[in-house]
Design a protein around this ligand. Structure first.
Ligand code: SF4
Ligand code: SF4
Length: 268
């Protein structure tokens, strides 16, 4: 069967070693051969991994990739490092196809105070449309995959995409400010400064674990954190924390790291 597009699915911490081990698994060889044979017209990849995974994959196969399907929206612009990921893809001239533009529907409705801020800037714009306008402001975004569950959502999306109305600087700033406020509830304000890491007798990658904790807490579960943790050796997971609190002595944000990791273990 001929396909228009094919992709390395969900490149992430769990599978990147297998994807890159072409001698053993031959996935790259198989897919690039199918492209040469004309069975695949466009070859790309989707990615839920963090920056180090994306970098490794692009260093190996970036020259052959024609698109990257990425979870991207105004929350994940900072929360999941969307800005840095898009910049790296830009360097390689790889267009972005967006997954989760509305973050599983979380961006379709906002708190009343946030909706008021947006209405003051664009009275006619519907709230979900702000998420799409944000994406229209990113030049390398060429496709937006929006899940729709009824006719009304389809009609609204058609109205939104009837024109391109990218955001100006002030609108972007307001939207990202709203994202910061949304994320501050229920997440831990780690700045990834790494001061704590050298103080951990277990050698835990504390900022990475906290980033995954935040993802898990904000999403209310989901697959990303368990998937990323599953790729770590057991002695590097939150459960390996000794509760010694030596990391907490140096944290400029005064984060109760031991409690966060204990809570993460309990949640998992
Ligand atoms: S409390 Fe846990 S994370 Fe912090 S230094 Fe001790 S073992 Fe490491
Ligand atoms: S010292 Fe605190 S803010 Fe810095 S990386 Fe560690 S937990 Fe995060």
């Amino acid at each position: 069967m001929k396909t228009e597009e094919d992709l390395f699915h969900n490149v992430c911490e769990m599978n990147v070693d297998a994807y890159l081990d072409d001698e053993r698994y031959g996935i790259y060889t198989y897919l690039t051969e199918q492209k040469k044979n004309g069975r695949i017209r466009h070859l790309g990849f989707s990615c839920h991994g963090a920056m180090p995974v994306l970098k490794r994959f692009l260093d190996a196969y970036g020259k052959d990739m024609e698109f990257c399907q990425l979870q991207l929206n105004y929350l994940d612009w900072t929360f999941q490092g969307g800005r840095e990921k898009v910049a790296l893809l830009d360097e390689k001239h790889i267009p972005v196809w967006v997954m989760e533009p509305l973050r599983g529907g979380k961006l379709a409705r906002l708190a009343p105070e946030h909706e008021r801020l947006l209405k003051a800037l664009r009275p006619d714009e519907e709230i979900p449309a702000w998420a799409f306008r944000f994406l229209q402001s990113i030049k390398s975004v060429k496709m937006i995959l929006s899940g729709m569950s009824d006719m009304e959502q389809l009609e609204k999306n058609l109205r939104t995409f009837a024109d391109e109305r990218p955001l100006n600087g002030r609108e972007t700033e307001t939207l990202l400010g709203i994202a910061d406020q949304m994320l501050s509830a229920g997440t831990v304000p780690c700045t990834a400064c790494h001061y704590c890491v050298s103080h951990c007798p277990q050698g835990l990658d504390i900022p990475r674990l906290i980033a995954l904790y935040n993802e898990h807490a904000y999403t209310g579960g989901g697959f990303i954190a368990p998937m990323a943790l599953g790729a770590l050796p057991e002695d590097k997971r939150p459960q390996a924390c000794l509760q010694c609190r030596s990391c907490e002595q140096v944290c400029p944000q005064q984060i109760k790291i031991s409690e966060v990791l204990a809570d993460f273990s309990a949640k998992l």
